[in-house]
Design a protein around this ligand. Structure first.
Ligand code: C5P
Ligand code: C5P
Ligand code: C5P
Ligand code: ZN
Length: 470
């Protein structure tokens, strides 16, 4: 399906054949938006292919997790959105005859290989921007399609996964991801449009849409409740209905154009630089089978809703939503979303108040128990670029995992990766140097380290980043 990469499709076909031959499959996936959508795509495809399976989720595949997977009765394990980074551990179990692994992932592989390994990085594609875990699962799903079947509808979930992993730029998705978008458009499940690129077009009342879009940084509007209302009140548009503020998707095409042009004019008059003004409009994805005005209709809002479940030990809820539950599971997910939003905003505020420690090549903060370890990476990403946090240095963010261990998340930028930064290497090497382990992508990676080793870890990471950027 990816056209330019037939070898990827061939590998997918081999993986599909192995899965069809299995008595029963254990599907194991990661607990974020990409991991959940990966699991949902794979689950739907296995179900449609008549293959029996169970599903488990894990925060982090490590020696113990893989051992507990090996202890189940399943002869075949399908890993989605993780597995490549832990290939060394998995390969040992494979040699011991514990299970046959099939892997659909996009993380930097560890030093080992296996036969049924579907990863864009093995085929010359960028795993951080051209194909996500859900995308790799989608390629597999197409290969699992029965002769009279069509799994292209699953492109919708694959796109949610890619956007959840921040694989899209202002021009939308690229590489193999763009091929998935084309298939989703052809199948009628997704629309690709140029539109206002602010988070919350489906669900936020207009003043909140403008106020909360802090990434736009428009003086007098962003983070300014009264300013946003003043700006909207000053337009010659009827933006309320029945006394309530309307939402973006309620507006007609003409109303949207007028609002965008007024916003651009306002931003120009306040001296917002051209590149930030350009980024106010971008490529957006809408899921056409979902109800208008819900979180599910917009892929960014959908992915946040999923993070709100899986990162709080309720992956079952997120998976049920992905698989079509629009009743109890969706209600539960919305409650979790309110909690997640509060945690993100309180966490970001805490980082703003406390600030970061700046080393030679990296900056870091340690949130201790103030921020949950499962969302400290999201907050680190949101913190880069706020006042006082330099976007030219990679950021490391620590949070307490348990009495013995710290979780560390790291985030860089594409400017830095072009200069040689590879955080997956930094996290793996610096953590292994202090008795931990980690991995990920060049631009975003993570690790677990012993609690007592924070300083040694920072020194080691600082040194490696210095070498990479030299
Ligand atoms: O485990 P996984 O691959 O799904 O997570 C990728 C992580 O990398 C996400 O948390 C995403 O926000 C982050 N990322 C980022 N900037 C990018 C690409 C990914 O912060 N440009
Ligand atoms: O949770 P997730 O990583 O999917 O969030 C993606 C982005 O959406 C965040 O980095 C943030 O900029 C934005 N977001 C937001 N308001 C929220 C939640 C997320 O603006 N309440
Ligand atoms: O947890 P966080 O959002 O910081 O993860 C960033 C990236 O690093 C994700 O792709 C995640 O899967 C990866 N990671 C990893 N090994 C770890 C921690 C994170 O490969 N121990
Ligand atoms: Zn992923």
């Amino acid at each position: 399906m990816t056209g330019p990469v037939p070898a990827l499709d061939d590998r997918a076909a081999a993986c599909a054949e192995r899965l069809r031959a299995a008595d029963s499959v254990l599907l194991a996936s990661h607990i974020d938006a990409d991991g959940l959508t990966s699991a949902a795509v794979a689950a739907a495809a296995l179900e449609r292919a008549g293959i029996t399976f169970d599903v488990v989720f894990s925060k982090q595949l490590d020696t113990e997790e893989v051992a507990s997977i090996a202890a189940t009765d399943h002869g075949t394990v399908l890993f989605t959105d993780f597995g490549s980074g832990q290939l060394d551990i998995i390969a040992e179990h494979e040699s011991a005859g514990d299970f046959t692994p099939v892997i659909a992932d996009h993380h930097q592989p560890a030093d080992a290989d296996t036969e049924f390994h579907l990863n864009p990085l093995l085929f010359g594609l960028d795993g951080a921007s051209e194909l996500s875990g859900a995308g790799a699962s989608y390629v597999l799903a197409r290969a699992l399609e029965p002769e009279d079947g069509d799994n292209r509808d699953l492109a919708a979930l694959a796109i949610v996964g890619a956007v959840g992993d921040m694989q899209d730029g202002n021009d939308g998705l690229a590489g193999a991801n763009a091929g998935i978008v084309e298939e989703g458009v052809a199948a009628g499940v997704v629309a690709e449009e140029r539109d206002l690129a602010l988070y919350g077009r489906q669900t936020r009342p207009l003043p909140k849409l403008l106020e909360y879009a802090s990434e736009a940084r428009i003086p007098g509007v962003s983070n300014d409740q009264a300013g946003s209302i003043r700006f909207l009140d000053g337009l010659d548009l009827d933006l309320k209905s029945g006394g309530e503020w309307r939402t973006w998707v309620d507006l007609s095409g003409e109303e949207r154009r007028e609002l965008v042009s007024a916003l651009v004019k306002h931003a120009v008059s306040r001296g917002v630089p051209a590149h930030r003004i350009d980024s106010l409009v971008g490529t957006t994805y809408t899921l056409l089978d979902e109800t208008e005005g819900t979180e599910l209709r917009d892929v960014s809002e959908f992915s946040t809703l999923l993070n709100a479940t899986a990162r709080y030990e309720r992956a079952d809820v997120g998976l049920a939503v992905c698989l079509g539950d629009r009743g109890e599971a969706l209600d539960r997910a919305r409650t979790l979303l309110r909690n997640h939003r509060r945690n993100l905003s309180e966490g970001l505020q805490w980082v703003k108040n406390e600030g970061v420690t700046v080393e030679e090549h990296v900056q870091w903060f340690d949130a201790g128990t103030r921020i949950r370890e499962t969302i400290v990476g999201i907050i680190a990403g949101m913190a880069v670029g706020v006042d006082g946090i330099d976007s030219r240095l990679p950021i490391l963010a620590f949070a307490e995992k348990n009495d013995e261990e710290l979780k560390v998340s790291s985030r860089g930028s594409h400017v830095l990766t072009r200069q040689g930064l590879d955080l997956s290497v930094v996290m793996r090497e610096a953590s292994r140097a202090v008795g931990g382990d980690g991995g990920g992508h060049d631009v975003a990676a993570g690790a677990t380290i012993p609690r007592t080793e924070r300083e040694a870890f920072v020194d080691e990471a600082d040194r490696i980043v210095g070498e990479q950027l030299d």
